[in-house]
Design a protein around this ligand. Structure first.
Ligand SMILES: [Zn+2]
Length: 606
């Protein structure tokens, strides 16, 4: 223990003053700041830029005759750091950073505080070797050791960036919820002052962007540069997709940071080329937020104004994979569940396709279906790009069609499917059918006793059948292997807390008539309240989404027609004749149930 004799030790202020490292007036300023923000004087001195960290640590270390460590530069072993309870560590501003036999090396803000050392010694039974470190570095080390990415840190980060924003451009309009932006009155950063990606400010902004998305429960983050030829209105649009709608982010990103942010995100993927700004790139970022691992798929696309970035959040915990809770109408659900009966022993086989636009929840439906049929005696294999959610008991294989493995080798859906067939599964899920080769193998698998699930990019169910023949697959193969096609789309769901009823308007009545959906006299419809919603829906009037479905089940007569004529229109008419509810009709039924509105159903939420 470094108790230094009987002379009273000098405090930080006295040391700095005596050594003439900081003028007295500046020191007073630092002391005032330290009191105001409740931080140590050392921190205030650093924050005000009065002294660099190196000289500061050095003089205190000399004066107090105790070794100093710069925690920022070293890798702290998290297991060692956790030897003392977190609350104790934070109270004492101390972090154990190494252990050798019976000695614990502890970095402390005040290494001469005998009681701190004694307390830690009593708790651990180890000899304590105290080192000097800066309080902020100690707290940062504790954050890292305990996986604190969120909570107060989140709020502080966002508050920090927002405050800086306000300081810079007081007078700028706050973007409204319709997604339109007011042009900033003044551009505080010019393109000339480009910012290095390693600057801490960039890290702060990137973190705030990500954390902002998590707090808003966004599914995607869009970061897009827009250059104004006059230079005044150039800006980076930061928007979050929440329940299908693009909303402005909580702060504006300074224009000068556009390259630095793109570079930082690329660095975080560990796979993208930082210097390449002309071709699209994709990658993944994994972060820890409040102890939860969260993964992002990152797409970087060059635009005329610079690189535009879209990040899709792959939150492995938040997936709703219960088929009963997917918002199917009861009759559609019964039909769909009927398709999933009797799996195993090669009794249930064929191809089940889910189609719909991007972001319509196709993979969630597939996961729900797989979850429903998942039993220990059924072998399920999936090939996905990427694996978005982990399912227990299912072998999920990530494939990457764009990855070149050399000598013409690649690991795409077709390759994965071929290897699956050697493993003899009962159920196979292929992420997407987007080429003839994959379609061909999927159908072969379906014909040889496997139940195969996949998605295809068409807007309605009958079109999926014609799309496959367009790809070059023989009509007989398409007609015989397909069991069913489920088309789906998502509409915004009315907020339960604030939705209000109204009598159907003439325009609404017309929509029901045109789509042949009965609207009995006296039926009330629901809509968002005039002038926006409530707190629960953040004033939007809508909260969450509801699935609209169109399920085409291949009957024998449908198969015969598909053999002769695979145009979508006649197939659709026949399917409707056999009782298929069109996706718009399904939507209008949900309008009658008060789940959504006519406008949502007609508009779609692509
Ligand atoms: Zn509401």
């Amino acid at each position: 223990m470094a108790v230094k004799g009987l002379t009273r030790r000098k405090n930080v202020s006295e040391v700095l003053l005596e050594r003439k490292l900081i003028p007295e007036d500046k020191l007073k300023e630092a002391e005032a700041q330290a009191r105001k923000h409740g931080v140590a004087l050392q921190q205030a001195v650093l924050d005000l830029g009065l002294l660099a960290k190196g000289p500061l640590l050095k003089c205190l270390s000399e004066e107090w005759q105790v070794k100093a460590v710069d925690l920022h530069l070293m890798e702290v072993d998290h297991e060692v750091a956790k030897i003392i309870p977190e609350a104790v560590a934070r109270r004492h501003l101390a972090i154990p950073f190494a252990k050798e036999e019976s000695t614990l090396f502890v970095a402390m803000a005040d290494p001469l505080d005998f009681f701190v050392s004694e307390d830690i010694q009593l708790r651990t039974g180890l000899e304590i070797q105290a080192y000097l470190a800066l309080p902020q570095d100690i707290l940062g080390g504790l954050d890292a050791a305990y996986g604190r990415g969120g909570g107060e840190v989140v709020n502080k980060l966002i508050a920090d960036v927002v405050q800086k924003q306000k300081d810079r451009d007081s007078g700028a309009e706050i973007p409204d919820a319709t997604g339109s932006f007011e042009v900033q009155k003044e551009e505080q950063k010019t393109d000339i002052t480009e910012v290095d990606a390693s600057a801490p400010e960039v890290e702060k902004i990137v973190n705030a962007i990500i954390l902002g998305a998590l707090t808003m429960k966004a599914s995607d983050i869009h970061i897009e540069p827009f250059e104004d030829p006059t230079g005044k209105g150039s800006k980076i649009l930061l928007r979050y997709r929440v329940d299908g709608q693009l909303l402005p982010g909580p702060f504006q990103v300074p224009w000068g940071y556009r390259h630095a942010i793109a570079a930082k995100l690329k660095i975080m993927t560990n796979s993208m080329n930082i210097t390449e700004r002309r071709v699209p790139q994709s990658g993944r970022i994994q972060i820890l937020a409040q102890g939860n691992p969260i993964e992002f798929r990152v797409e970087m696309v060059p635009t005329v104004y610079g690189e535009s970035c879209v990040m899709r959040i792959l939150d492995r915990k938040s997936v709703q994979v219960d088929i009963m809770k997917m918002g199917f109408m009861q009759d559609t659900l019964d039909k769909f569940l009927g398709l999933l009966k009797g799996i195993g022993g090669k009794k249930n086989f064929g191809l089940i396709l889910v189609c719909g636009p991007t972001g319509s929840g196709k993979s969630t439906t597939l996961y729900a279906a797989l979850n429903h049929v998942n039993r220990p005696d059924i072998k399920i294999l999936t090939a996905e790009n990427p694996v978005e959610y982990n399912l227990d008991g299912i072998v999920q294989v990530p494939v990457n069609p764009d990855l070149k493995l050399g000598e013409g080798k690649k690991f795409d859906f077709a390759t994965a499917l071929r290897s699956f067939l050697r493993l003899d599964p009962d159920v196979i899920m292929v992420g997407e059918i987007r080429d003839e080769e994959t379609a061909h193998i999927a159908m072969e698998a379906a014909m040889t006793g496997h139940l195969v699930f996949s998605t295809i990019h068409t807007n309605d169910a009958p079109s999926a059948i014609s799309r496959l023949t367009d790809m070059g697959l023989p009509a007989f193969m398409v007609a015989t292997t397909i069991k069913a096609v489920l088309a789906q789309r998502l509409s915004r769901r009315l907020c339960e807390a604030c939705k209000v009823t109204h009598d159907p308007t003439p325009a609404e009545i017309k929509v029901f008539e045109e789509n042949k959906v009965a609207l009995p006299a006296g039926t009330k419809l629901y809509g968002p309240p005039d002038g926006g919603g409530c707190d629960k829906c953040k004033g939007l009037g809508y909260k969450g989404r509801v699935g609209l479905h169109e399920l085409l089940v291949m009957s024998d007569t449908m198969r015969l027609s598909a053999l002769k004529d695979v145009a979508a229109d006649p197939l659709r008419s026949q399917a409707v004749g056999e009782g298929m509810r069109l996706i718009v009709q399904d939507g209008l039924e949900k309008v009658k149930m008060g789940l959504t509105t006519v406008r949502e159903v007609l508009g779609g939420t692509e």
